[in-house]
Design a protein around this ligand. Sequence first.
Ligand code: FES
Length: 158
Amino acid sequence: MHRIPEKIHELTVGQLSARSGAAVSALHFYESKGLIRSRRTPGNQRRYTRDTLRRVAFIRAAQRVGIPLATIREALAELPEERTPTRDDWARLSEAWRSELDERIRQLNRLRDHLTDCIGCGCLSLEGCVLSNPDDVFGERLTGSRLMTESRKKGSGD
Ligand code: FES
């Protein structure tokens, strides 16, 4: 990893990329989404303040746990005077995001379990397939293919 001398207060996009590990295209994307900012030199080149490094680290850490960019942007926008997130900010936000992550893991586990019933089925029924209709209450009681089997039995008079 490249070290930036302390006396340098601004970074080029290449330096920011090398130091943060984020691709230049990702940095441009973050900037287009308002997550980081730069100033332009007279030659129209981007310059980032040093604290952008920490901001990028914050963004990448949040992205790694699946936090959407819009949520990250909201969190950054709530910081006073758009300051760079501190250690305390990260501790507070990561705690709040943990419950979201737990919920997503729970949903994914449930979908993975139901995928077993879909393998070899192919119905994708809104009524019977939990993966087609994940919020359906049937999904809490029966898996899709079993539900389809039971409704077919009822329909055939068995
Ligand atoms: S494809 Fe999911 S239950 Fe048939």
